[in-house]
Design a protein around this ligand. Sequence first.
Ligand code: ARG
Length: 387
Amino acid sequence: MLKKMELYFFISLLEFVITSEGIESRKFKDTDCFDVDDISGYRGIKQKTMNGWKCQMWKRNKPWQHDFKPKKYPDAGLTKNYCRNPDNDTEPWCFTVKTSIKKQWDYCGVQRCEVIEATPAPLNETCGIPDILSVSTRQIKTVGQIVGGVESVPGSIPWQITIQMKLDNELHCGGSIITELFILTAAHCVYYDQTASNYYIIVGEHALDTSEGNERRYNLAQIILHENYDDMTVENDIALLKTQNEMTFTSYIKPICLPEADSLPVVGSTVTVSGWGVTKQNARPLSNQLREVSIVIVDNNKCQNKLNSISIEQVTNNAVCAGIWSEGGKDSCQGDSGGPLFAESSDGQYDLIGIVSWGIGCGKSKKPGVYTRVSAYIDWIESKIYD
Ligand code: ARG
């Protein structure tokens, strides 16, 4: 392969040829992959080499002096320190800020687009559509134990997972699959022990004590807690778990969609919450089968006014309350934490509206359950997933 500096002169020439042919109006891709047919067209935001070294800013000469300056290559997309390919190399690369090594630059390991398309489902591409339907339509389901709910049809909530601790192999919390590598859960589930290797998750689970053949177990590579999680007030109760291996999706194992950023759940609309939590307040044991219950979104101010004066935990605008206001009787409870509060969206897919966070008792009148509002954290989630 040619050295970058040697290539520089060659490229200036080539660029002249291309622009004089009038082929400047290429469509650049700000995706996470590069197109083999447009080898310098990558406009994603990866800023690390394949070895994890941070990239040097293109306009800077530190630590490495070079000639690939944005001014000189105005069409090469040399913004910040993003991986780029101004010299038509085989793939995007960057100069690294690592000075302890001889190598001034390296490839970023950006995938080729076809490869990404061959592996299923990046965020929200195929999500929220179970193969297996729940018996009745979730919206009209009123019977019920979660608290006041019913047993779910196995496989009808394919994004639901359990978090277990290796110490005791017991169910610790719930969570939701959002991509092949990431689970969304509550920060309070993993706050006291943040060592990824102490946990594992089970996907495709229904009856905890039976092996039904659809379950898969994955170890965790990383726990990403929200930086502003407050263990006193339980604000920003959200965390991402990264699995060591990509999860294989099946009819029993599928991701849920994320809601539109900053969208507000409609007050009075029906949502479903699921988990293996206790079916009565302070009543162990946990439920052996996955259960679900339909509840209703409560006005946030009303909820704040009711709960914030009587509890240390605080309902914020980044939380959402749900329950049956006057009657109570339907709720999530201990053991459901981290699990999904979800609703069918207008396009027929299920969105992850909330994460089971906290409550005052379970199923009490005028004390709805409190959930982390996922739509308030879309930027945070994306920044962590695409890091
Ligand atoms: N914090 C509980 C857990 O760790 C979840 C409580 C939910 N309570 C409620 N009333 N909605 O499992």
